[in-house]
Ligand binder design. Sequence first.
Ligand code: OAD
Length: 239
Amino acid sequence: MIASIQTVKALLDGADRIAVLTGAGVSAESGVPTFRGADGLWKDLRAEDLAHPEAFSRDPRLVWEFYNWRRSLLADCKPNRAHHALAALEAHAPSMLLMTQNVDGLHHAAGSSNVIEMHGSIWRVKCTHCSYTAEDHSPLPELPRCNSCGEMLRPDVVWFGEQLEPGILHSCVESAAHADIFMTIGTSGLVQPAASLADLAKRHGAVTVEINLDPTPNSGLVDFSLQGKAGEILDKLIP
Ligand code: OAD
C-alpha cells in the first residue's frame, strides 16, 4: 500500500482536474455515526426508514426528532484530518471540485469552498408548502413551522426516493467526466447516483482512487483501492 500511496500522491501533484466524492466515512473520525456502520441505527430504525418522504408524511415528529438529534450531535463535532487535508488539496489545486453526500457542513467548516452538497444540508430548513428556505444552526422546536406561511418545515436534505436537483447532478457528472483523477472517500457506494460517479469518471479516462476502511462495490473497479482510515491516508497523500 505504501507504493500505491506514493503513486497516488504523485498523480495528485501532477493533476490539473481533481474530483472528489465523499461520504459518511470522512466524518467518522469527527465522531459522526455513519449510516450503515455498527452505530448507524437510531431507535432501531435505519436511515432509509427516516430519510424518506413517506416517513415524514406518516410521522413528521419522529423524523424531526431524528434530525434534531443529529443536529445536536453535529453541533459538537469538528472537522478532522480528512476534511482539513481536502481543504489543503483545494488550496493547491483551485479547480478541484468536492462532491459530498454528507449534510453535516464539515467540509465548509474545514475551509473547502468548491463544495457541492449533493444531499443538501442539515443546517438548512425548507417549507413543505411555500418557497421559504433558511439556514439555521440554533436548536429547533420539535415541529418547526415556516416563518412565512406557518406550514411545516422540513430539513433541506434529499431523501430516499427524491431526485437530486438537476443542476447539481449535472455539475457532478461533468466534473467526473472531465477529471484527471477521481477519488471516492468514505462512502459505501450503495446510494445512487453518487455510487456511479467513479465508474463514469473511469470510463472517461480518469485515474480512480478509493479510500475506505472496508472493501466496497467500487473497490474492484477503481485503479487504486486504499484501505484504512480516511484521515490517516489523506494525511499521507496531502501532507
Ligand atoms: P455509509 O454509512 O453507507 O458508508 C460509510 C462508509 O464509510 C462505509 O463504506 C465505511 O466502511 C466507511 N468508513 C467508515 N469509517 C471510515 C473512516 N474512518 N475512513 C474511511 N472510511 C470509513 O455512508 P454513505 O456512503 O455516505 O443519504 O451513505 C450514502 C447515503 O446514504 C447518505 O448520504 C445518506 C445515506 O442514507 C441520505 O440520507 C439520502
